[in-house]
Ligand binder design. Structure first.
Ligand code: ASP
Length: 308
């Protein structure tokens, strides 16, 4: 395992293969803790971690909170709707005030790309990006890679297809950075309006033929259509999208026998994935959620738990 020197986790862009492997290895050793009767170890006792969420979240927020608590850290939750932000305070001022209470880490989610970066430039606390705009969601990609490795035994050499609303997806961007660094071949597929050509510069291949993509892939990762981020009409209709790109049993007939279906959640059943497939034998969607806690424990431990 490589030596861990990072103070913040903002992005996977620029993270080395060895650093990603360190997170995945550490997560492996933490996963078992969540299966114990007493789900707690003292690794972060005395540390304080604040969840500062300016956007809705179910999985990511509770996953970070459980991860912190299982490492014995103290946690505080702040949601934008009931904070001083609604009284006109800036994000940076809010974060500075939180830091003045001597907190060790701030886990931040914000609808604008770049907010975690700005906080990291001004604050001494560790900043962990829990999703910023369309840009980055590093812990989601780390837990996706952990799940792929757990289910298929490796990442290098696999063909991973990310499907649907690539344009607005921070999950797609972080996964492309992470998976290509780990040696996977990433293909993106979706309606042309939702696949920005510049995605190729990140190392992903574009293929608009969904049947071909399903046939050749080891991993299929349909994404949610980001309704909250569509500034113009990118789709003629959701029904047409579901018919063309939604993953259902019929489309999976030509898939590899050991293909896995992933989804970052929340899933819109019947739109990007059918209920039958979401609950079916290829689906690892709930394993991703389980693994999210172990991966976030690893990230918090590597950032806060090791004395340097
Ligand atoms: N939960 C993921 C995110 O926050 C994916 C989604 O919302 O569609 O980006």
């Amino acid at each position: 395992m490589s030596e861990w020197t990072k103070h913040d986790l903002l992005d996977l862009q620029g993270m080395s293969k060895e650093e990603i492997e360190t997170v995945l290895e550490t997560a492996k050793s933490f996963k078992e803790i969540s299966t114990r009767d007493v789900k707690k170890v003292p690794a972060l006792r005395g540390k304080t971690i604040v969840m500062l969420f300016f956007e809705n979240s179910t999985r990511t927020r509770s996953s970070f909170e459980l991860a912190a608590k299982r490492l014995s850290a103290d946690t505080v939750n702040i949601a934008a709707g009931n904070s001083s932000l609604s009284k006109g305070e800036s994000v940076l001022d809010t974060a500075r005030n939180i830091e003045a209470m001597n907190v060790d880490a701030i886990v931040v989610r914000h609808p604008s790309s770049g907010v975690p970066y700005i906080l990291s430039q001004h604050l001494k606390a560790s900043i962990i990006n829990a999703g910023d705009g369309c840009r980055s969601h590093p812990t989601q990609a780390l837990l996706d890679m952990f799940t792929i490795q757990e289910k298929l035994g490796r990442i290098a050499g696999l063909k991973v297809a990310i499907l649907g609303d690539i344009r607005h997806s921070r999950v797609a961007r972080s996964n492309i950075w992470g998976l290509t660094t780990m040696g996977a071949e990433v293909t993106v597929c979706g309606p042309a309006t939702l696949v920005p050509p510049e995605i190729e510069a990140m190392g992903a291949r574009i293929n608009y033929d969904i049947d071909e993509v399903i046939k050749e892939s080891d991993v299929l990762m349909p994404l949610r259509i980001q309704m909250e981020r569509q500034e113009q009409k990118f789709l003629p209709s959701l029904r047409e999208y579901a018919k063309e790109f939604g993953i259902d049993a019929q489309k999976l007939k030509n898939a590899k026998k050991d293909v896995i279906i992933m989804h970052p959640g929340p899933t819109n059943r019947g739109l990007e994935v059918s209920a039958e497939v979401a609950d079916g034998k290829y689906s690892v969607i709930l394993d991703q959620v389980t693994n999210g806690v172990a991966v976030r424990m690893a990230v918090l431990y590597l950032l806060l738990g090791i004395k340097r």
